[in-house]
Design a protein around this ligand. Structure first.
Ligand code: ZN
Ligand code: ZN
Length: 274
């Protein structure tokens, strides 16, 4: 149960340091919403046999592709309203005008926009709403539904054989990676459903570039973090080396604890892959 671990860890940080940064307070509340919604969901049944799973993954096809992503629309709508209420409490963390949050609260989410988001299409949100904010809302509200797929299906996929730059469950892009404790192999983490899969260390997951002259990484003075960059597509990937880190690392939380690495990557001229 990663979510209860995250909440516990943030509670402990708050106790130790007297207070939590606003971003982490926001995140703790979001994780609580997502965990509660996750508990309401039934195990999805896509009806795949193990042969079909093997077939699809060997063709590089995610298990929940496009229209196969089914969601309980009333529950997703209700979740999105809770997320909007939360966003409205923390408008200082966003670069958006207050009116945009009022517009979001009017219930502008549609099942078509969720479908478009899932397929990585452009979103064309309602007037007065910035697309990036709309994307953040859908990402936050849809997350428990995608994590539910991952928790049900990831165990039947051979993650060592997938080797694609996108998620074997939902097709999303990775936004974090880790080097495993036992042998330092690199695992990517899906930005949408937190699925983890094995990937080559000397290849860019975003553009498949393997030209070593265009791939590099930075490490901090000390500590377990690495910043992988690609000069072909100009994207970056944050990474934690678990051989060199504390034992109680929670990868989803690491995304937020490493924002200075994002700033550094942007300074160097790289951008995240959305
Ligand atoms: Zn995924
Ligand atoms: Zn690249």
């Amino acid at each position: 149960m990663t979510s209860s671990g995250i909440v516990e860890k943030l509670d402990a940080m708050e106790k130790e340091e007297g207070s939590l940064p606003r971003l982490l307070q926001f995140y703790r509340e979001l994780v609580r919403i997502q965990a509660r919604v996750g508990q309401e969901l039934n195990k999805p049944n896509l009806g795949f046999s193990s042969e079909e799973i093997l077939q699809r993954t060997s063709e590089g096809k995610p298990l929940v592709a496009g229209s196969e992503f089914q969601f309980d629309w009333p529950l997703l709508q209700k979740t999105s309203q809770e997320v909007v209420t939360l966003f409205s409490k923390y408008t200082d963390l966003f670069n958006n005008a207050p009116e945009e949050f009022d517009r979001l609260a009017e219930g502008v989410l549609t099942s078509d926009s969720v479908g478009a988001w899932y397929e990585g299409a452009s979103l064309s949100p309602a007037d007065g709403i910035n697309e990036a904010l709309f994307r953040d809302l859908i990402h936050a509200a849809a997350k428990p539904f995608l994590v539910n797929y991952s928790e049900s299906l990831a165990g039947s996929v051979d993650m060592g054989r997938w080797r694609q730059g996108y998620c074997p469950i939902c097709g999303g892009n990775p936004d974090f990676s880790f080097l495993s404790k036992d042998n330092g192999a690199r695992w990517l983490v899906c930005s949408r459903c937190d699925t983890e899969w094995l990937f080559q260390r000397l290849k860019c997951p975003y553009c498949s570039n393997t030209d070593q002259k265009k791939l590099s990484y930075y490490t901090g003075e000390e500590g377990p973090y690495r910043l992988y960059v690609c000069d072909n597509c100009k994207h970056y990937l944050k990474t934690i080396d678990l051989r060199n880190s504390k034992a109680d690392v929670l990868i989803p939380l690491e995304r937020l604890l490493t924002l200075e690495i994002d700033a550094q990557a942007r300074d160097y001229g790289y951008s995240p892959c959305e």
